[in-house]
Design a protein around this ligand. Structure first.
Ligand code: PRT
Ligand code: ZN
Length: 305
């Protein structure tokens, strides 16, 4: 076997991901599922992938948009909340934001929400007028308030925003919510969602050298394959020929299933299909009611269309 030759740095993509936090494991996991081997960061800031021309820079998530926009890194994986807040900050400071979103990823989902103490009534945005709102996202919060023409004071807090009302530092908060349990534990309730966020793969908006462009094309194709396969399932079942039309209609997001004869049973066929959407228990129960039997739902690891 020929030895693996590491391409020179100028031909290697530089990708920034969060070193330690909510996006770290999912970012590394995505690379792993794309067949890119990266050892988990220990104390290292920069790691070469073993089998793909990419170097991974492990940093705080807040630094990722800037590293990409300034061209220090070619790519970054970051939440849209941090991306948008940074873009607003740079725009207000007169700095250009040269980035493109290459892919919206299927992890890191959360929303930025205004929340009030549970006991406080709320009929609409006008009720926020004159309040002090604590947040780590002052620009997103102010933009939303401006859109709603509400005058309120925005107070910047970089951590533990949810305890601000209890400490008397603010009347309301605007913070990220995923499950809602942090709000509940702090006797707060979300009254407005002002921004919905997911992790995204962003790229510096300047032409890439040919070798890097080629590596990026392969990476994007693999990400698409991973994301397509994440929800997709391979379904196999036995169907009476008479019920085939109805059973086909029940398969979620599937076109042109394969129909195979069943040895020793002329009245039934075997049906195999790729379903692009999740297959829930309810779907399986409907298939069973329509006459299907021996229903198997299998995960799909990778897909290329
Ligand atoms: O150290 P570093 O600066 O890199 O990390 P960080 O502490 O600033 O960020 P981190 O790791 O907490 O979050 C990274 C990114 O994950 C965020 O920018 C979001 O894009 C995304 N994300 C997804 C979340 C959440 N879900 C989330 N639930 N970020 C934060 N939270 C916090 C939220 O602030 C609140 O304190 O979790 C709490 C609410 O969660 P629930 O489940 O109780 O609603
Ligand atoms: Zn951060």
């Amino acid at each position: 076997m020929s030895p693996i030759v590491t391409p020179p740095a100028k031909d290697r993509l530089r990708l920034a991901i969060q070193k330690s936090g909510r996006l770290s494991t999912d970012s590394l996991d995505l690379l792993n599922r794309c067949g890119i081997k990266v050892k988990a960061p220990k104390e290292k800031l920069l790691l070469h992938a073993e089998n793909f021309p990419v170097d991974i820079l492990f940093v705080r998530d807040d630094d990722i948009p800037q590293l990409v926009m300034d061209g220090v890194c070619d790519l970054g994986i970051v939440g849209e909340n941090v991306l948008e807040e940074t873009a607003l900050e740079r725009t207000s400071g007169g700095t250009h934001n040269p980035y493109v979103v290459d892919r919206r990823l299927d992890f890191g989902g959360c929303r930025l929400a205004v929340a009030l103490p549970e006991e406080r009534g709320y009929a609409g945005p006008a009720d926020l007028a004159g309040l002090r709102i604590a947040t780590s996202y002052p620009r997103l919060t102010k933009r939303w308030l401006q859109e709603k023409a509400i005058q309120a004071e925005v107070v910047l807090l970089t951590g533990s925003v949810e305890i601000a009302p209890r400490l008397g530092l603010a009347d309301a908060i605007c913070d990220l919510v995923a499950t809602g349990s942090t709000l509940e534990a702090n006797r707060l309730r979300a009254v407005e969602t002002i921004f919905k966020s997911k992790a995204t793969l962003i790229r510096c908006d300047r032409p890439l050298e040919a070798a890097k462009r080629h590596a990026l094309d392969i990476l994007l194709r693999r990400i698409d394959g991973v994301q397509l396969a994440a929800e997709a399932k391979y379904i196999m079942l036995h169907a009476p020929k008479s019920a085939l039309a109805e059973i086909k209609k029940l398969l979620p997001g599937s076109e042109n299933p394969t129909i195979l004869p069943l040895a020793g049973d002329d009245s039934k066929v075997a049906l195999h299909a790729v379903c692009q959407e999740a297959v829930f228990w309810e779907t399986m129960e409907s298939l069973k009611r329509a006459g299907a039997s021996a229903i198997l739902v299998l995960p799909i690891e990778k897909m290329m269309m």
